[in-house]
Design a protein around this ligand. Structure first.
Ligand SMILES: [Zn+2]
Length: 526
């Protein structure tokens, strides 16, 4: 038999953390059929002399739930060697959808390009499949949507009836093939969720041996107690735990203590790991400054809310992911609503608008009600030493914490820092610039390690019989081109990428093939 494709003369990394070895790889019908020295010819041959051959990269923390429907080419990801993304993170995602207007607040990357005309988890996964993404995708169940679909905007724990309804939605999603549960307890929509409420949802996750990923309740003041809460909740429920973007925003001591908490739990036998995005700033919606009750009628209803007695003061007193570091450290990103204030901090914006920074933020939110793209902000939080602490740690995996994008087409005007750069930055900085990791160790964090966390036996590794998700890159040239104010630059140095045995990147050129699969937990094909 002549294999469809042979990758020759490369240095192969198996994804398990081992050093590279000289080996050829043969691919046939979506799988790796031979590894080692291959003398017989293939129908197509790739000469990987001077290149590293690795399992395709797994993005364990993605928010591409919506953008993959808008433009399934995922060009930002493909050019970084990404072959699988885990969506449904941080309690955000695209199902279940009950109140469609409300649901939009808990979907990253939302635009007006696609109507939210599905409701159930199964219907969403079918939509995703029908979109034919270039890369493989699997999803967690986003707790923010579970709560939004049942408790609505009430800032309190779910009552017994609501808990039963959340559980029904969750069970339905797990039946449809979701791989676990995610929470985003810091976000307004989940702030009211009690520990018992989360614990109840973890029962089927534990029973099925699935993953619990949590964006913890507090990531500024109180961050360490919130990590302890996550560890305790997962331990008591008996679930495997992934702490999302672990490092708190409160400075060096908190960063060190957070890593120690997780490492100690692991040493004590708990199945826990963590991920970290590659930005040195925190990035989120400006509207995350609002308490849930202020969003009852969306941003369109905000002027009415603000006219109510005492409401403005109550909003200003509401502690949030946006404001906890002070308005002087909150910078508005490029946007269509108030381009004149883009790239400025809110102390400055307030001065220019002749009002307090918090009032300026509310004013811009009111103005943004009709815009298809929500306003986004950043806050500087991490030092180089903080990043080194995380990325050199055995339990850490990098993730984009962003949405897959494309530089042309309907997503050309969208930005999400990290989308075009995360894996390329991680490899360039951690291996070449700072020498924190060997190539084998860095590749392991992008491949075999997340595959183990996700319980995927036939991805994230290069050996005979597994799925042919493969990345071939120039070890000296692989790196990001995106920057803070030019985030939509395609990464460099990735040469060939195979998804399920099909070339999506061929000698650095996008083939526009879309062979990705929606991986459903519990199904034979997944
Ligand atoms: Zn998050």
């Amino acid at each position: 038999m002549t294999p469809e494709l042979i990758i020759r003369n490369g240095t192969m990394f198996d994804g398990l953390g081992n050093p590279g070895v000289a080996a050829d790889i043969a691919v046939e019908q979506g799988r790796i059929v031979a590894v080692g020295r291959i003398d017989s010819p293939g129908i197509r041959e790739i000469d990987a002399t001077g290149l590293y051959v690795s399992p395709g990269f797994i993005d364990i923390h993605s928010h591409s739930d919506f953008t993959l429907l808008v433009d399934p080419r995922a060009v930002s990801a493909v050019h970084q060697g990404v072959t699988l993304e885990v969506i449904g993170n941080c309690g955000h995602g695209c199902f279940p959808l009950v109140d469609k207007q409300l649901a939009k607040n808990t979907i990253y990357g939302i635009t007006g390009d696609i109507a939210l005309d599905w409701s159930t988890p199964a219907a969403y996964l079918e939509r995703l499949e029908a979109a034919k993404p270039a890369i493989n995708v699997l999803t967690l169940v986003p707790n923010g949507q579970l709560r939004q679909a049942t408790v609505g905007l009430a800032e309190r724990p779910a009552n017994a009836e609501e808990r039963r309804a959340m559980r029904r939605h969750l069970d339905e999603a797990l039946e449809a093939g979701a791989h676990g549960l995610s929470t985003g307890l810091e976000y307004p929509i989940e702030m009211g969720a009690s520990g018992e409420e989360v614990a109840a949802l973890l029962e089927p996750i534990a029973r099925r041996g699935l993953l619990y990923a949590t964006h913890t309740r507090k990531r500024d003041d109180g961050a360490l107690a919130a990590i302890e809460e996550a560890l305790r909740t997962a331990r008591e429920a008996g679930v495997r735990l992934q702490i999302s973007h672990l490092l708190p925003r409160g400075g060096r001591d908190d960063c060190e203590a957070s890593v120690e908490l997780v490492a100690n739990a692991r040493e004590g036998g708990q199945d826990v790991a963590f991920d970290m995005h590659t930005r040195d700033f925190s990035l989120t919606f400006l509207h995350a400054m609002l308490p849930p009750w202020a969003m009852a009628e969306g941003l369109a209803g905000l002027p009415k809310v603000l006219s109510g007695p005492g409401n403005r003061e109550r909003i200003h007193g509401h502690p949030s992911i946006v404001t906890s570091g002070g308005w002087g450290r909150v910078t508005l990103l490029d946007n269509d609503v108030a381009p004149e204030y883009a790239r400025l901090d809110f102390d400055t914006i307030g001065q220019r608008m002749n009002m307090a920074p918090s009032d300026a933020a509310l004013e811009l939110l009111c103005r943004s009600a009709a815009s298809p793209r929500p306003l986004m902000i950043i806050r500087p939080v991490y030092s180089e030493a903080d990043q080194n602490l995380a990325f050199s740690h055995d339990l850490c995996m990098p993730g984009s914490d962003a949405t897959a994008l494309c530089p042309n087409g309907p997503l050309a005007g969208s930005a999400f820092h990290g989308a075009y750069s995360w894996a390329a930055w991680f490899y360039r900085v951690c291996v070449r610039e700072r020498a924190l990791l060997s190539p084998g160790a860095a590749i392991h964090k992008l491949t075999g390690q997340p595959a183990t966390v996700l319980n995927l036996a036939d991805r994230g590794i290069l050996k005979q019989g597994v799925r042919a998700d493969i990345a071939v890159f120039d070890p000296k040239g692989f790196g990001e081109a995106a920057s803070l104010w030019q985030p939509n630059q395609i990464a460099q140095g990735m040469k060939f990428v195979l998804v399920n045995g099909v070339l999506v990147l061929d000698d650095g050129v996008n083939t526009n093939m879309r062979p990705g699969q929606v991986l459903r937990q519990g199904s034979v094909a997944g």
